[in-house]
Design a protein around this ligand. Structure first.
Ligand code: GLY
Ligand code: MN
Ligand code: MN
Length: 459
């Protein structure tokens, strides 16, 4: 576990320079603990589609991105030797087909940068530097998607080193928190534009485009493909189509969409009901408000020392209470939880770490030595089982859905009598609800990055 002093230092690291100092310290400790003399971090390279010369958007190894936020390019190698500035070997070809970005500037005493016009020269220089740093000190580590060169004495992605680094990555530096706040603010701008487009009766495709315009993102810059779901599409958790025609009737809208700031992700969900409502529509709109209230309650339970897995269980109990209060079950909320009825209505985890990756690493790790607490047998989709600590950023995203394929086993099972099927079936055309905020843990409790950004935007 990081000592509270190390954690405080990391959170206070508001500048990029201070962020690099934290990384230097973390890597030095991790390498020493796991017995590696150095690390070579490889960006990786894009892979073309089968029989094609085109490739999907490239994302560099997140371990490199953390050192070079927004500037990690394909083929780069970063040599990390404890006690020395990290050294970046980057590819800067003369290329009249594309416009390669300028090499990063570096940071004196912490990050030195050397650019190479050919990959051969880059790899040779990095390899020689690694040999020199290794001297007769044994083995290093190679962290990257592709195998290291045969002649370099480095272990490929050693699990003990990765565990150590992934455990520490959950504590965001001040610089990272700044990036996550910015990403959240950008995403909120998009959410407001999307909500307005929904109020105007737009199609999923039109809402998607409005979101991109408002955030200033291209699709490849999004941290994940936006989920823009009208009506029953809201019941497909990661719905990925963008219908060109608005549905009739036009009932409700679930949006799960993020933004990116220097490689750090926001991940936000909101649900809306249309102003024109029949009885089921009014019930669904009231359910959105009720889930919103329960979501705020769950965020209010977040504090250092609590366990995220227990928060997930509390979320199930909240869902049980909503089902009971809205007359969707005929048993107590307690009984709905015990019979696992709530699992059909809330089939995903309450949330996950957020950072360089939308589903950031380390959610099951309990200590830097790699001890894990896996997802409980009942909740295999839960991505976060860890003790809550200051400096962590995670989502809190309860959902309540009406998904035919999950309801079917209940309909045919022993719990069928405890469900008010007419009332549940009336809500099938609405698909579901998800409310998702990005939450920073502070020593006192939380900073809700998402609600704060909505409030600043006047919403
Ligand atoms: N946007 C994916 C998720 O909420 O986890
Ligand atoms: Mn999420
Ligand atoms: Mn999401």
């Amino acid at each position: 576990m990081p000592s509270s002093t190390a954690t405080d230092v990391a959170i206070a690291a508001v500048s990029y320079r201070a962020h690099l100092e934290v990384l230097q310290q973390r890597w030095s400790d991790a390498l020493a603990t796991t017995g590696h003399a150095l690390a070579m971090v490889s960006a990786g390279a894009p892979a073309n589609h089968f029989l094609d010369d085109q490739h999907p958007a490239f994302r560099a190894n997140p371990h490199l991105q953390q050192w070079l936020p927004g500037q990690a390019e394909a083929h780069a190698l970063l040599l990390i030797v404890p006690g020395q500035p990290a050294r970046l070997y980057c590819h800067a070809p003369t290329d009249f087909w594309h416009l390669p970005p300028e090499p990063p500037a570096g940071e004196s005493g912490l990050l030195e940068v050397q650019a190479f016009s050919t990959l051969g020269a880059l790899r040779e220089a990095a390899g020689q530097a690694a040999w020199k740093a290794l001297g007769n000190q044994g083995q290093g580590a190679w962290i990257g998607p592709e195998a290291p060169p045969d002649d370099l004495p480095v272990a490929h992605n050693p699990q003990d080193l990765l565990d150590h680094l992934h455990f520490l990555r959950a504590t965001k530096t001040g610089f990272e928190i700044h990036c996550l706040r910015q990403a959240t603010a950008t995403a909120v701008t998009g959410h407001l534009a999307a909500a307005a487009a929904f109020q105007n009766g737009a199609s999923e495709y039109e809402i998607h485009m409005q979101y991109l315009v408002a955030t200033g993102h291209t699709e490849r810059e999004l941290p994940y493909p936006s989920i823009i779901a009208l009506n029953q599409h809201a019941g497909t958790l990661h719905y990925q189509h963008y219908d060109r025609t608005p549905p009739q009737p036009y009932l409700n809208f679930l949006i799960d969409a993020g933004a990116n700031h220097l490689g750090y992700a926001a991940d936000i969900s909101r649900s809306y009901a249309s102003a024109e409502r029949d009885q089921a529509g009014a019930q669904f709109a009231a359910l959105i408000d009720a889930l919103d209230e329960r979501q705020r309650w769950l965020v209010a339970q977040v504090r250092p020392g609590a366990n995220y897995g227990e928060l997930h269980v509390q979320a199930h109990r909240q869902i049980g209470e909503l089902l009971n209060a809205f007359g969707l079950i005929r048993c107590s909320s307690e009984s709905a939880y015990e019979q696992r009825i709530t699992d059909a209505f809330f089939p995903h985890g309450l949330g996950h770490f957020l950072g360089l990756q939308t589903h950031d690493v380390g959610g099951y790790l309990q200590a830097p030595d790699g001890r894990t607490a896996p997802a409980p047998e009942r909740f295999p989709a839960l991505r976060l089982t860890r003790t809550i600590e200051p400096g962590q950023v995670f989502t809190v995203e309860p959902g309540l859905y009406f998904i035919p394929t999950l309801l079917e086993p209940l309909r045919n099972g022993a719990s069928a009598k405890d469900i008010a099927w007419a009332e549940v079936d009336a809500l099938l055309p609405y698909g579901g609800i998800r409310i998702e905020d990005n939450v920073l843990v502070t020593p006192e409790g939380t900073e809700n990055l998402t609600r704060d950004a909505f409030a600043r935007a006047g919403a």
